[in-house]
Design a protein around this ligand. Sequence first.
Ligand code: SF4
Length: 323
Amino acid sequence: MPRRPYTLSPARAAALRPLLDALDAALDRRARLAADPVELPRRYADPGDAEVAALFAASLAYGRADVFKPVVERVLAAMGPSPAAFVREFARSPEPSFFAGAIYRFNRPPDLAALAAAAGDVRARHGSLGARFAELLRACGGDGALRSALARFARELRDAPQVAPLLAGRGTRGLLHLLPDAAGPGASKRWNLYLRWMVRGPDGVDLGLWREVPPAALVVPLDTHVHRVARVLGLTARPDASWRTAEEITASLRRIDPDDPVRYDFALCHLGMSGACPVRREARRCDACVLAEGCLSAARAARPRPAARTEARRTGSARARTS
Ligand code: SF4
């Protein structure tokens, strides 16, 4: 029998909202921003520069932030003061070894050159990456529009005419890792992260540059940290880090804020990333946690253990016999 989609009850949504607001308010934004890749596109005042810088920062945001952020910084430094102007020129005369030395796990300089040329190509044809994504979202329409638009957006970038010559002899796997297919089973965390940065805000974290895309349409960027915290808050029971799980968590968060379901993503992610949440209750950290009242892990730990329950029942029935 197909599993019924999980939904957060209105009462639980109402109980969680003030807790999540308190988490967000208590966040040390300056410290957490310094540890987060969104800090890199935030350095640019021009929206075109920011959307290009964000594309690189989000595409490379896999693994540990303290390891991939220096690689993104190196790539952005090579582009000069205006990433938008750089990709425009680079799309006209691309060079596969331009980012020589910028190596990170599955990616090599030709992958980054292909990404730069593709971004320049889409911007030359549509004015901005945001304008093209908004067009695709409108064209897709209906249920699943965001995912379909993302899949088409990624394909357009991967299929830019400059890409194949740049990747001759290298193959497309590295670029596919930078620009994954959102129609696949994965949660497409980095695409949803890019959208969160571009669409939400501006609020001191996200940039709010793509005004044509409604924040209500966003899907939570599901990573290990968000998944674990979402489970202890009962936003999902699903164990897999899939697109369906991301959608289920988003549906729960939509019950809390229908217009801006991913507004708590930064706070939830950094609760896990900072090491503040042990996931299984641990007095030292959980007693200080503003989410404790709504945390299923804390509630489970507060229940008597089976042996304690048996003892309580035995003592209770002994009392009943003697009264
Ligand atoms: S109470 Fe503990 S386990 Fe629950 S969310 Fe807070 S830190 Fe995490």
